[in-house]
Design a protein around this ligand. Sequence first.
Ligand code: NCD
Length: 328
Amino acid sequence: MFHRRHFLGIEGLTKDELLFLLSTAESFREISEREVKKVPTLRGKTIINLFYEPSTRTRTSFEIAAKRLSADAINITAAASSVAKGETLLDTARNLVAMRPAALVVRHPCSGAPHLLARLVDCPVINAGDGMHEHPTQALLDMMTIRAYKGEIAGLTVAIVGDLLHSRVARSNVLALTTLGAQVRLVGPPTLLPPEFRLWGVEVCTDLRRGLAGVDVVMALRLQRERQARNFLPSIEEYARHFCITPDALAAAKDDVLIMHPGPMNRGVEIDSQVADGPYSVILEQVTNGVAVRMALLYLLATQEREATEEQAEVGLHAPRRHAGALA
Ligand code: NCD
């Protein structure tokens, strides 16, 4: 069961909650296989996508998910909103929530931004990626994809390769994989390995071939150049020479290895085209599963009863909405 008001991260979720979310998402997948890809579940409800960072897959996926559930989906990108006029995140969110959406989907460059909104606005909040912190819906769609091919996640060995330091995808996936019983191996250059992962019960390897030896799944990560405040690498060519996932580097992995990438890919940098488009790649399957995961979450969060927290009541967010007699 899943009784949370918001979906902010994988951190803190129990194994049972994760399994419940995955089986709910799996039950939604079939709707996207129908000729008419629409059910009336969220008819009359509005979902707002508030994106302060570029996105192709995640934003489209949330929009399609909302529309397949018959909700009205509204997309707001920071550049085209009052953010450009200096409005704060909280003021923007409060104004949007005043229009009574059933859920607010937020992507923001600052870690913790969706968590702040979840405390201070009266609406379910879904984290669509916060800075270098978490990208929980990506982790769910990755778990769903692995389950579709491997059955169970428990007992698998999964290598996550590349820019682990700046990756919210890696953080959410490590949490999901370890909670579900997989063995995780982080593979990358020492400058891109976050030291705190050592505390999370994962292996760390700075050599690509050794890192891929015997693994069931390889998750490639994009080199997050926009988040690299200083030079973590001598050059892109140098990085690619040592860490690009090529057919040759994959030779040490299991024969039925799955190749994953959250997108957008830098072909020839973190992943070779022969691998990205090869027979073991499930990269587009991940995208397909993303819609089902987001349908499941929107369904679970947008159909719950409204209840103000004490903190929201304190800051006046649950004050009477109209004067008595206003409609008389
Ligand atoms: C990822 C992201 O934005 O965190 N992409 C995605 O949502 N599919 C990964 C990335 O940007 O590299």
